[in-house]
Design a protein around this ligand. Structure first.
Ligand code: PLP
Length: 399
């Protein structure tokens, strides 16, 4: 099927279709488990002439299985280019280090994944790159934080753990009027729930470990780009000058696992979103629950924005129990839902953001970010919603 025809398919068809392998005609792409490739004089000449991606040089520089995953990610994110990485954090680090130089400034949302926050708040400051943290849902605050040397505005499409949804179009306008690049992390949403490039974001970073892999058995990441501000070969540039140098390519096997994950992404996430909506309503009515944050609830502060820019409301939600000191006890009493760090898989997983991802951030700073000790985050899986409710009912009753 020609690329333009494929680009016009619906999301589910785009995700499932894969052109047959040219050599074997297998409908499942082969895994190329090779770190090295044999050259001949002609291939070597092409490498000398600067052709890189189309010739296989060495596993750290790229691999046919990685390119297949990149191609599928481009198709489902609506990107012009994609670069796969060893993990979501590798995608974030490679993007930041590829875009920034000493003296640059970033405006970033308060609530990002903890390692991203620490990278901006600590590591990059060592290289004279400063970040101002603001609430990106507050556009005046964003405008006020911009400096002449601001290079990037960074946020997450659904922020952890508040499930905050930033209005993308006006944020992009503020940035692009000043030639600032907009980067967002789409991990909590997944390309099925939200496609930020369609709203003008320049670069989307993603932990493919989560919804894309979907089975808690693989680590990987992706950087997708569609931008008028950046050169069209920007991701190829950072493949060479940053990712290859940091040594953070994806393994061929993981790329293959993620390709398989993409094929079932829409059916899994569709059902996971339905369960999340049921769970959100259940927690909202529960006497031992103080507050629920889910973009699909009319009580969510950005519900109207979510309705406008997200085809679905996502599979992630957070709720706060009446007695914050009891949150750990609730999770410890769950039997079906798994108390675990990750998210986006077929098993429902739950965690306490203040005690896990954000533990290294001092309590006062955590609270300023809206992260309270009694918050419990749920990633809805594929279990029956009634069974999940019964599991939480039993655990909450022991509080
Ligand atoms: C929003 C978000 N971004 C990035 C990451 C990092 O992903 P990975 O663990 O694949 O490096 C995570 C991990 O939990 C995350 O929640």
């Amino acid at each position: 099927m020609k690329k333009d025809k494929r680009d016009n398919l619906q999301f589910d068809s785009k995700a499932v279709y894969y052109p047959p392998d040219e050599a074997t005609k297998s409908i499942v792409p082969p895994i190329v488990m090779s770190s090295s490739f044999q050259y001949d004089a002609e291939i070597f000449q092409r490498i000398i002439d600067g052709e890189r991606k189309s010739v296989n040089i060495y596993g750290r520089c790229g691999n046919p299985s990685e390119y297949q995953f990149e191609e599928q990610m481009m198709i489902i994110e609506g990107a012009d280019a994609c670069l796969a990485t060893a993990s979501g954090m590798a995608a974030i680090s490679v993007t930041l280090l590829g875009l920034l130089k000493s003296g640059d400034h970033i405006v970033c949302d308060w609530t990002t994944y903890s390692s991203t926050h620490e990278m901006l708040d600590h590591r990059l400051t060592d290289y004279n790159i400063e970040t101002t943290f603001v609430d990106t849902a507050d556009l005046e605050a964003v405008e006020g934080a911009i400096r002449p040397n601001t290079k990037i505005i960074y946020f997450e499409t659904i922020a952890n753990p508040s499930m905050k949804v930033t209005a993308i179009a006006p944020l992009v306008k503020i940035a692009h009027d000043r030639e600032i690049i907009v980067v967002c992390d789409n991990t909590f949403a997944s390309p099925y729930v939200m496609r930020p490039l369609e709203w003008g974001v320049d670069i989307v970073v993603e932990s493919a470990t989560k919804f894309i892999g979907g089975h808690n058995d693989v680590i990987g990441g992706a950087i997708c780009m569609k931008s008028d501000l950046l050169p069209s070969d920007f991701l190829e540039q950072i493949r060479w000058n940053t990712m290859v140098k940091l040594g953070s390519p994806i393994s061929p096997f993981n790329a293959w696992m993620l390709l398989r994950g993409i094929q079932t992404l829409s059916v899994r996430v569709e059902r996971q979103c339905q369960t999340a909506a049921k769970m959100a309503r259940y927690f909202e009515d529960h006497p031992r629950v103080k507050q629920v944050w889910y973009p699909g609830l009319s009580s969510h502060p950005q519900h109207d924005i979510a309705k406008e820019q997200m085809p679905k409301f996502g599979a992630m939600l957070t709720f706060e129990v009446e007695d914050g000191n009891e949150a750990l006890k609730v999770l410890d009493n769950l039997e079906l839902c798994c108390f675990s760090a990750s998210l986006g898989g077929v098993r429902s997983t739950t965690q306490i953001p203040a005690l896990m991802a954000f533990l290294d951030i001092p309590k006062a700073q955590r609270e300023a970010m809206g992260i309270r000790d009694g918050m419990i985050r749920l990633s809805s899986g594929l279990e029956d919603a009634d069974d999940l409710m019964a599991d939480f009912e039993a655990a909450l009753s022991k509080m």
